[in-house]
Design a protein around this ligand. Structure first.
Ligand SMILES: Cc1ncc(COP(=O)(O)O)c(C=O)c1O
Length: 312
């Protein structure tokens, strides 16, 4: 009916088109201005809502996921939440294998959406008991099971090429000097970089990387920042599109996340803290009439018992 035309069919129809907000206090005096793209405005609370439907449609169209089938995925949380939400709407069962460093808040959210959760020890990918390897085996052993494969399916970066990148371009009128993002699967940074550089090859795309991840050049060791950083280069990360990587420590990232809440009223996760630490460094290299956009992947509500329970 025409008079109800603005009412959306399902929550999946309100994914994307997230707002950008200036940082007012946590800036770099004299340097470029910084705006945060707030992905917590997605209905599942994170940037991963953008890839959930794309992964499911990809699996359904290729015949890997059949009606009434079971979605299985390895996730540090947000992809699981996005897939669990989409599975609830579309009528699939869902099971998620998560590393034990994942916050209890995120496990609780998965269960709230009706998903099953298997928590496993956080091991490197070369280990057969790594959460991705366990999830893949679980999907194979389950009748109707389908491994979603966010670390290998090109539907992941493509979702960002089709939505996140164009939104940044549109909302800045193309006047953006640098974009800061992290890489878990690399889908976000790859899709954004591919789109923005196709519009203007001079736009810099810079990766914020947890200390301990290999992307910024160091050797692997565990870190606490969730959702980004790697011990290998996933197929969904086109590393050639990223101009450089800047490492950030857990402590600096978490301290910045707390500042964002207290000084900007933006309650975001630890990875957003890392993005803003990097955005400040990059802003210093640019002039005050230029813009740095940093992607804020999720909400601080996921980390109330960790990052926000520490009180320095
Ligand atoms: C919490 C969180 N979720 C999701 C992402 C997006 O990761 P990707 O698209 O590389 O998998 C990030 C990246 O920084 C993140 O920090």
């Amino acid at each position: 009916m025409e008079r109800w035309a603005r009412i959306k069919t399902t929550v999946l129809d309100v994914v994307g088109d997230t707002p950008m907000v200036w940082l007012q206090r946590v800036g770099t005096p004299g340097g470029a201005r910084i705006a945060l793209k707030l992905e917590s405005f997605n209905p599942g609370g994170s940037i991963k809502d953008r890839i959930a439907l794309a992964l499911i449609q990809d699996a359904a169209h290729s015949g890997r996921l059949l009606p009434g089938g079971t979605i299985v995925e390895a996730t540090a949380g947000n992809t699981g939440i996005a897939l669990a939400m989409a599975a609830a709407v579309l009528g699939y069962r869902s099971i998620f294998v998560v590393p034990d460093k994942m916050s209890p808040e995120k496990v609780g959210i998965l269960k709230a959406y009706g998903a099953e959760v298997r928590v496993v020890a956080d091991k490197p990918r070369s280990d057969p008991d790594n959460y991705q390897n366990i999830a893949r085996k679980l999907a194979q052993s389950l009748p109707g099971g389908c491994y979603m494969g966010q670390f290998e399916r090109q539907a992941n970066p493509e979702a960002h090429f089709l939505s996140t990148g164009p939104e940044i371009w549109k909302d800045t009128g193309g006047n953006v000097a640098a974009v800061i993002a992290g890489a878990g699967t690399g889908g976000t940074i790859t899709g954004i970089a591919r789109y923005l550089k196709s519009q203007d090859a001079t736009i810099q795309v810079i990766g914020a990387d947890p200390e301990g991840s290999i992307l910024s050049g160091g050797s692997y060791h565990p870190f606490k920042i969730e959702g980004m950083g790697e011990d290998y280069i996933p197929e969904t990360l086109d590393i050639g599109l990223v101009d450089r990587w800047i490492p950030v420590s857990d402590d600096d990232a978490f301290a910045m996340a707390r500042r964002l809440a207290r000084e900007e009223g933006i309650l975001a996760g630890g990875s957003t803290g890392a993005m803003v630490v990097v955005a400040q460094m990059v802003a210093q290299e640019l002039s005050s009439d230029q813009l740095v956009v940093a992607v804020a992947p999720d909400t601080g509500r996921n980390y109330l018992n960790s990052i926000f329970s520490e009180t320095p």
